[in-house]
Design a protein around this ligand. Structure first.
Ligand SMILES: CC(C)(COP(=O)(O)OP(=O)(O)OC[C@H]1O[C@@H](n2cnc3c(N)ncnc32)[C@H](O)[C@@H]1OP(=O)(O)O)[C@@H](O)C(=O)NCCC(=O)NCCS
Length: 185
């Protein structure tokens, strides 16, 4: 049984499992150089993206399941505008991530997503801590995390190797107790 009951809903978005017909929408943002600039992975060809997409369709039936890579659907238009992820790591730690199509930036969607992922991590998966790793130059993502209540935890120098170079990263986190204080205050 999945440790996460889906879909997750926010005021403007649905975070749900991908379905086969989403691939065309994913191609529109996941290969866009503006979107990939701050993303620390190497999915840069159509073929790599298609292989990854097939893998995440298969992951829907994996048990036990620790990683949830989800489609972000705009509730009003029914359009898939991005991808988000919640992964359960050893030690009761949740890791979150998100990526949105360029034309959907700056409307508060990622903050809505991060809030929903944290809420699910703590209320459904009963995790003790949620963290996110960002490249040090990713100011938009840093702002999303801070608005969601995560705090700076560490600097990881040369943490990731991608796109032919090493990246310094920063870890942000929030503890379950702090999340509960924040959301029940
Ligand atoms: C990071 C990303 C998901 C943010 O999505 P979004 O929906 O635009 O985020 P929000 O609107 O919720 O919040 C963005 C905040 O960052 C701020 N911001 C954006 N660009 C900024 C910059 N260059 N410097 C400082 N702040 C910036 C915005 O003003 C906003 O803050 P505010 O509400 O206080 O004004 C989106 O830019 C994206 O998909 N980027 C590419 C993929 C990526 O980097 N993913 C994260 C990997 S860790």
């Amino acid at each position: 049984m999945a440790a996460l009951e889906l879909p997750l809903t926010t005021p403007r978005l649905i975070l749900r499992e991908f379905v086969t017909t989403d691939l065309a929408a994913v191609r529109r943002y996941a290969l866009d150089p503006r979107v990939l600039e701050t993303v620390l992975h190497e999915l840069r060809t159509e073929q790599e993206l298609t292989t990854h997409f097939c893998g995440l369709l298969n992951a829907r039936v994996t048990r036990p399941r620790h990683s949830f890579e989800l489609a972000v659907e705009n509730r009003r238009t029914g359009t898939v505008i991005g991808t988000c992820e919640l992964t359960k790591s050893p030690g009761g730690i949740g890791e979150i991530g998100y990526m949105l199509g360029y034309r959907h930036w700056g409307r508060g969607y990622a903050t809505e997503i991060a809030h929903a992922l944290c809420d699910a991590a703590f209320s459904q998966m009963k995790l003790g801590r949620v963290r996110a790793m960002i490249a040090t130059n990713n100011e938009a993502s840093r702002r999303v995390l801070v608005k969601t209540g995560l705090q700076w935890a560490s600097l990881r120098r040369r943490h990731a190797q991608a796109k032919g170079r090493w990246w310094d990263c920063e870890e942000y986190e929030i503890l379950r107790t702090d999340w509960l204080k924040r959301t029940t205050a």
